[in-house]
Design a protein around this ligand. Structure first.
Ligand code: 13P
Length: 241
């Protein structure tokens, strides 16, 4: 059985005070709805400690947005697996397009970070996706297959989530057509040895389109930026039809 996972990626949003306000509003809205669905919040590092305590006893799992490949060392600004697990973190986003685009992440460093996550018993959410220029040039499949082939070397597919996030659909309001997202995710699944990996779609998922996206047979969840920042809209995504 493929698990349905609705995950919020808060990116660089929300102070601790703001994260608590959000949680107070969110929890009653999702308390007994679809308990089989996994709900994850990937918060900034600075929110993890407080959120870990506040999420105790709730259905929400804690996620981080990055992890370094070494267990410790002189890597200014980075964070290690044991620092995350000590905070109660269960999931970690790896290879988000914003990391690839602005911080020089490559398929090789993504692979290293995935390995570190699994070494620390964290479930990595590997992000893959093409840019607008790559899509227009007909390179979508080739780019994604390369991200998978290089990213997944020596990775255990039994402890893995993948998110297909077309870059041109992130933060733009321009969602990838649900049928097209389903097609690409089907192609990703064909490349995997474990066909039961949860594969999410990400890119302008919101209350208005979540039902159509989640109705697609290959799509097992959503990785959500903007619409995860408001309790009302995130709750609606969790409660998709
Ligand atoms: P938006 O939902 O804001 O488009 O962001 C998607 C994303 O990047 C999630 O990781």
């Amino acid at each position: 059985m493929r698990k349905i996972i609705i995950a919020g990626n808060w990116k660089m949003f929300k102070t601790q005070a703001e994260s608590l306000d959000f949680l107070k509003e969110l929890l009653p809205k999702i308390a007994d709805d679809h308990e089989e669905r996994e709900v994850v919040l990937c918060t900034p590092f600075t929110d993890l400690g407080l959120m870990s305590k506040s999420l105790h006893g709730t259905r929400i799992r804690l996620g981080a947005q990055n992890i370094h490949w070494e267990d410790e060392g002189a890597f200014t600004g980075e964070i290690s697996g044991s620092m995350l697990t000590e905070m109660g973190v269960r999931y970690v986003i790896v290879g988000h397009s914003e990391r690839r685009q602005y911080f020089g992440e490559t398929n090789a460093t993504v692979n290293q970070r995935l390995k570190a996550a699994q070494r620390h018993n964290l479930i990595p959410i590997l992000c893959v996706g093409e840019s607008k220029a790559q899509r227009d040039a007909g390179e979508t499949e080739a780019i994604i297959f390369e991200q998978l082939a290089k990213g997944l070397v020596d990775i255990d597919q039994n402890a893995l989530v993948i998110a297909y996030e077309p870059i041109w659909a992130i933060g733009t309001g321009e969602t990838c057509d649900a049928i097209e997202a389903n097609r690409v995710i089907g192609l990703i699944r064909e490349k995997l040895t474990n066909k039961n990996v949860t594969i999410q779609y990400g890119g302008s998922v919101k209350p208005a389109n979540v039902d159509e996206i989640m109705a697609q047979p290959e799509i097992d969840g959503a990785l959500v930026g903007g619409a995860s920042l408001e309790a009302e809209s995130f709750a609606r995504l969790v409660k998709h039809v």
